[in-house]
Design a protein around this ligand. Sequence first.
Ligand SMILES: Nc1ncnc2c1ncn2[C@@H]1O[C@H](COP(=O)(O)OP(=O)(O)O)[C@@H](O)[C@H]1O
Ligand SMILES: [Mg+2]
Length: 344
Amino acid sequence: MRTAVAFDTPYAGWTPDDHRTQMEQELAGDEHEPEMEYQVAGALLDQGHEVLLVGIGKDPRVLLDLCTSWKPDVVINCAESFNGDGSLDHLCATLLDAGGYRYTGSAPLALQVTRDKAMSKKILAFHGIKVPPFVMYRTRERVTEPPPFDFPLIVKPLAADASVGIAKASVVDDLAALTDRVAFVHERFRQPAIAEQFIRGRELYAGILGNDERLQVLPLTELVFDKDKTEPEQRIATQAAKWTETYRERWGIRTVFARPVSALARERIETICRTAGRALWLRDYSRIDLRLTDDDEVWVLEANANPFISEGHEMANAAAKVGLSYPQFIDRIVQEALARYSRE
Ligand SMILES: Nc1ncnc2c1ncn2[C@@H]1O[C@H](COP(=O)(O)OP(=O)(O)O)[C@@H](O)[C@H]1O
Ligand SMILES: [Mg+2]
């Protein structure tokens, strides 16, 4: 199987061989966690794929030029942005569609809709899935009145990911704080802001593998906080809570396999994942971020059509729990894509 790994890179001008050398260095060393695309490529090599590393820098034509000459059987899409712009993360999929190549993961429409936290919530609500009520404020639009639901709210950039723009100050208790935070999001991130009702509850992540009747909801991951050190409104996945080890230790934050949930909650989560997967046209692999309240209500915070799949993180750990080694997990994503194309 000839599998190309496509990804965004700041190293414009690097050839596949340059990336191969860099990949070998990063995978052999143990100082830094290797880039996701290199981990994915390493896993594919382990599973017997022939691999071409296609780094997309400033010139998107590189992708189709390399595909034309190398003729991959399938492309694994690891692009998270284009030229530093996350809102163009769909470009790689768009070009692959235009070139007629088979690739893993969601199509451009799903990548764009799920990036917009308001648009995706509207679709989920249409399908009867519980989502927090929200108000969207376009860039430069001012807050003039309290939203028609109760504080506290959480204010987020409309189209960011990886907890960019999420901090303790994102949770607001009154109109003045809401006004300030919305203005901050506009200025700092140059995009609309969404203010959602804050949902108190456990924070769960559900990984999804496969499509249609093969769709599998992986074991749940939970972000847990030390309850003695934090208030419910502080138990959120801020950037620091996700990525800063010292901060995680201080507040007792850990990412673990979810503690038990009731049979009812489990069933609700399963149904939500299947419904959301279809409603948002998710393909092959994805992750739904959820909140589970004390009375077993399940709320969707967002759907990730292009989740992080590095080893040792939520998706890969959940796959390991159902018996897939990291290379098997990555190979499985490719097989799910191929199976999907063979049914089309
Ligand atoms: N409506 C909400 N109620 C409670 N917590 C929220 C809500 N929305 C977001 N959060 C917290 O903020 C985190 C990041 O929000 P999310 O919408 O998943 O953005 P990102 O795309 O950055 O992951 C969530 O994981 C959760 O901890
Ligand atoms: Mg999230």
